[in-house]
Design a protein around this ligand. Sequence first.
Ligand SMILES: N[C@@H](CCC(=O)N[C@@H](CS)C(=O)NCC(=O)O)C(=O)O
Length: 203
Amino acid sequence: MQLYDATLSGNAYKVRLLAALAGIDLELVPVDLAAGESRTEAFLALNPRGQIPVLVDGETVVWDSQAILVHLARTRAAGWLPEDTPGLVGVMQWLAVAENEILYGLARARAVRVFGRPWDLAQSQELGRAGLEVMDRHLGRRRWLATERPSIADVACYPYVALAPEGEVPLAGYDNVRRWIGDLQALPGYIGMPGIEPVTEVA
Ligand SMILES: N[C@@H](CCC(=O)N[C@@H](CS)C(=O)NCC(=O)O)C(=O)O
Protein backbone atom coordinates (compact mmCIF):
# COMPACT_ATOMS: atom_id res chain seq x y z
CA MET A 1 0.00 0.00 0.00
CA GLN A 2 1.22 3.48 -0.81
CA LEU A 3 0.42 6.51 1.32
CA TYR A 4 0.79 9.91 -0.35
CA ASP A 5 2.25 11.76 2.57
CA ALA A 6 4.02 14.81 3.97
CA THR A 7 6.06 14.73 7.19
CA LEU A 8 4.42 17.82 8.73
CA SER A 9 0.81 16.93 7.82
CA GLY A 10 -1.20 15.89 10.86
CA ASN A 11 -3.79 14.33 8.56
CA ALA A 12 -1.18 12.11 6.94
CA TYR A 13 0.40 11.41 10.33
CA LYS A 14 -2.86 9.97 11.70
CA VAL A 15 -2.67 7.29 8.97
CA ARG A 16 1.00 6.58 9.72
CA LEU A 17 0.08 6.38 13.41
CA LEU A 18 -2.71 3.82 12.96
CA ALA A 19 -0.45 1.77 10.69
CA ALA A 20 2.31 1.81 13.34
CA LEU A 21 -0.09 0.91 16.17
CA ALA A 22 -1.70 -1.90 14.19
CA GLY A 23 1.50 -3.23 12.58
CA ILE A 24 0.53 -2.38 8.99
CA ASP A 25 3.26 -1.77 6.38
CA LEU A 26 2.97 1.41 4.32
CA GLU A 27 5.15 2.69 1.50
CA LEU A 28 5.35 6.46 1.92
CA VAL A 29 5.22 8.60 -1.22
CA PRO A 30 6.29 12.16 -0.28
CA VAL A 31 4.21 14.98 -1.77
CA ASP A 32 5.69 18.50 -1.79
CA LEU A 33 2.59 20.60 -1.08
CA ALA A 34 4.47 23.92 -1.23
CA ALA A 35 5.67 23.04 -4.74
CA GLY A 36 2.07 22.36 -5.84
CA GLU A 37 2.53 18.60 -6.23
CA SER A 38 -1.00 17.95 -4.87
CA ARG A 39 -2.51 20.05 -7.69
CA THR A 40 -1.04 18.27 -10.71
CA GLU A 41 -3.34 16.42 -13.14
CA ALA A 42 -1.83 13.11 -12.04
CA PHE A 43 -2.49 13.83 -8.37
CA LEU A 44 -6.01 15.20 -8.96
CA ALA A 45 -6.81 11.88 -10.67
CA LEU A 46 -6.11 10.26 -7.28
CA ASN A 47 -7.84 12.91 -5.14
CA PRO A 48 -10.01 15.55 -6.84
CA ARG A 49 -9.70 17.66 -3.69
CA GLY A 50 -5.96 18.04 -4.29
CA GLN A 51 -5.07 17.03 -0.75
CA ILE A 52 -3.03 14.46 1.06
CA PRO A 53 -3.32 11.88 2.53
CA VAL A 54 -4.30 9.45 -0.21
CA LEU A 55 -4.00 5.69 0.20
CA VAL A 56 -3.56 3.38 -2.78
CA ASP A 57 -4.37 -0.21 -1.86
CA GLY A 58 -4.15 -2.26 -5.05
CA GLU A 59 -7.02 -1.10 -7.25
CA THR A 60 -8.60 0.88 -4.42
CA VAL A 61 -7.83 4.58 -3.97
CA VAL A 62 -9.02 6.23 -0.75
CA TRP A 63 -8.79 9.96 0.02
CA ASP A 64 -9.56 11.78 3.28
CA SER A 65 -7.77 10.70 6.43
CA GLN A 66 -10.96 9.61 8.22
CA ALA A 67 -11.98 7.40 5.28
CA ILE A 68 -8.47 5.94 5.14
CA LEU A 69 -8.64 5.04 8.85
CA VAL A 70 -11.96 3.27 8.22
CA HIS A 71 -10.47 1.45 5.21
CA LEU A 72 -7.46 0.25 7.20
CA ALA A 73 -9.57 -0.79 10.18
CA ARG A 74 -12.02 -2.71 7.98
CA THR A 75 -9.32 -4.45 5.96
CA ARG A 76 -6.40 -4.93 8.35
CA ALA A 77 -6.99 -3.64 11.88
CA ALA A 78 -10.36 -4.94 13.01
CA GLY A 79 -10.03 -4.05 16.69
CA TRP A 80 -9.78 -0.33 15.87
CA LEU A 81 -13.37 0.07 14.59
CA PRO A 82 -16.25 -1.46 16.56
CA GLU A 83 -19.02 -3.24 14.66
CA ASP A 84 -21.79 -2.79 17.21
CA THR A 85 -24.10 0.18 16.59
CA PRO A 86 -23.37 2.19 19.77
CA GLY A 87 -19.62 1.75 19.28
CA LEU A 88 -19.77 2.70 15.60
CA VAL A 89 -21.97 5.72 16.34
CA GLY A 90 -19.52 6.82 19.04
CA VAL A 91 -16.63 6.61 16.57
CA MET A 92 -18.57 8.59 13.93
CA GLN A 93 -19.30 11.35 16.43
CA TRP A 94 -15.60 11.85 17.12
CA LEU A 95 -14.66 11.61 13.45
CA ALA A 96 -17.10 14.53 13.02
CA VAL A 97 -15.25 16.48 15.73
CA ALA A 98 -11.95 15.67 13.96
CA GLU A 99 -13.36 17.16 10.73
CA ASN A 100 -14.89 20.22 12.37
CA GLU A 101 -13.57 21.80 15.58
CA ILE A 102 -10.21 20.06 15.27
CA LEU A 103 -9.58 20.59 11.53
CA TYR A 104 -11.14 24.05 11.13
CA GLY A 105 -10.06 25.12 14.61
CA LEU A 106 -6.81 23.63 15.88
CA ALA A 107 -5.31 22.53 12.55
CA ARG A 108 -6.08 25.87 10.91
CA ALA A 109 -4.60 27.86 13.81
CA ARG A 110 -1.42 25.77 13.45
CA ALA A 111 -1.40 26.26 9.67
CA VAL A 112 -1.57 30.04 10.18
CA ARG A 113 1.36 30.04 12.62
CA VAL A 114 3.54 27.32 11.06
CA PHE A 115 2.84 27.66 7.32
CA GLY A 116 1.60 31.26 7.09
CA ARG A 117 -1.79 30.22 5.70
CA PRO A 118 -4.25 33.13 5.37
CA TRP A 119 -7.00 32.02 7.77
CA ASP A 120 -8.33 33.94 10.77
CA LEU A 121 -6.13 32.95 13.72
CA ALA A 122 -8.41 34.12 16.56
CA GLN A 123 -11.52 32.51 15.03
CA SER A 124 -9.65 29.21 14.46
CA GLN A 125 -8.28 29.22 18.01
CA GLU A 126 -11.75 29.89 19.44
CA LEU A 127 -13.28 26.98 17.52
CA GLY A 128 -10.36 24.79 18.56
CA ARG A 129 -10.82 25.65 22.23
CA ALA A 130 -14.54 24.83 21.95
CA GLY A 131 -13.58 21.38 20.68
CA LEU A 132 -11.01 20.91 23.46
CA GLU A 133 -13.61 21.77 26.10
CA VAL A 134 -16.02 19.15 24.75
CA MET A 135 -13.24 16.56 24.65
CA ASP A 136 -11.96 17.43 28.12
CA ARG A 137 -15.39 17.00 29.71
CA HIS A 138 -15.92 13.70 27.88
CA LEU A 139 -12.48 12.36 28.81
CA GLY A 140 -13.13 13.20 32.45
CA ARG A 141 -15.67 10.35 32.40
CA ARG A 142 -13.91 7.79 30.24
CA ARG A 143 -10.43 6.75 29.21
CA TRP A 144 -10.88 6.64 25.41
CA LEU A 145 -13.15 8.71 23.18
CA ALA A 146 -15.56 6.15 21.76
CA THR A 147 -15.08 2.67 23.19
CA GLU A 148 -13.51 0.80 26.09
CA ARG A 149 -10.27 0.48 24.13
CA PRO A 150 -8.53 2.88 21.74
CA SER A 151 -10.23 3.19 18.35
CA ILE A 152 -9.78 5.16 15.16
CA ALA A 153 -11.72 7.96 16.90
CA ASP A 154 -8.72 8.52 19.18
CA VAL A 155 -6.26 8.29 16.28
CA ALA A 156 -8.29 10.76 14.17
CA CYS A 157 -8.52 13.38 16.92
CA TYR A 158 -5.02 12.99 18.32
CA PRO A 159 -2.63 14.73 15.87
CA TYR A 160 -4.00 18.28 15.82
CA VAL A 161 -4.94 18.16 19.51
CA ALA A 162 -1.36 17.21 20.40
CA LEU A 163 -0.09 19.88 17.94
CA ALA A 164 -2.42 22.58 19.32
CA PRO A 165 0.40 24.53 21.06
CA GLU A 166 1.94 25.16 17.61
CA GLY A 167 -1.21 27.13 16.83
CA GLU A 168 -0.86 29.01 20.11
CA VAL A 169 -3.60 27.04 21.83
CA PRO A 170 -1.93 25.82 25.04
CA LEU A 171 -3.15 22.53 26.51
CA ALA A 172 -2.65 23.72 30.11
CA GLY A 173 -5.97 23.42 31.93
CA TYR A 174 -7.23 20.59 29.70
CA ASP A 175 -5.99 17.96 32.14
CA ASN A 176 -8.17 15.11 30.88
CA VAL A 177 -7.04 15.76 27.31
CA ARG A 178 -3.40 15.77 28.46
CA ARG A 179 -3.92 12.49 30.36
CA TRP A 180 -5.43 11.01 27.15
CA ILE A 181 -2.47 12.25 25.07
CA GLY A 182 -0.13 10.50 27.53
CA ASP A 183 -2.17 7.28 27.32
CA LEU A 184 -1.98 7.35 23.51
CA GLN A 185 1.75 8.00 23.59
CA ALA A 186 2.18 4.95 25.87
CA LEU A 187 0.51 2.53 23.42
CA PRO A 188 2.81 -0.17 21.96
CA GLY A 189 3.98 0.84 18.49
CA TYR A 190 3.26 4.56 19.00
CA ILE A 191 5.18 6.92 16.72
CA GLY A 192 5.30 10.71 16.98
CA MET A 193 5.80 13.50 14.49
CA PRO A 194 7.73 16.80 14.59
CA GLY A 195 5.95 19.31 16.84
CA ILE A 196 4.36 16.80 19.21
CA GLU A 197 5.86 16.91 22.69
CA PRO A 198 5.76 13.89 24.99
CA VAL A 199 3.36 14.38 27.92
CA THR A 200 5.26 13.38 31.03
CA GLU A 201 3.06 14.57 33.86
CA VAL A 202 -0.50 15.73 34.33
CA ALA A 203 -1.30 18.02 37.21
N1 LIG B 1 -10.33 16.35 5.42
C1 LIG B 1 -9.06 16.08 4.79
C2 LIG B 1 -8.15 17.27 4.93
C3 LIG B 1 -6.84 17.02 4.22
C4 LIG B 1 -5.93 18.24 4.22
O1 LIG B 1 -6.32 19.33 4.67
N2 LIG B 1 -4.72 18.03 3.71
C5 LIG B 1 -3.76 19.12 3.63
C6 LIG B 1 -2.46 18.73 4.33
S1 LIG B 1 -2.72 18.45 6.05
C7 LIG B 1 -3.42 19.35 2.17
O2 LIG B 1 -3.19 18.42 1.43
N3 LIG B 1 -3.39 20.61 1.75
C8 LIG B 1 -2.98 20.96 0.43
C9 LIG B 1 -3.95 21.84 -0.26
O3 LIG B 1 -5.11 21.96 0.23
O4 LIG B 1 -3.56 22.39 -1.28
C10 LIG B 1 -8.45 14.82 5.40
O5 LIG B 1 -8.77 14.55 6.57
O6 LIG B 1 -7.72 14.10 4.73
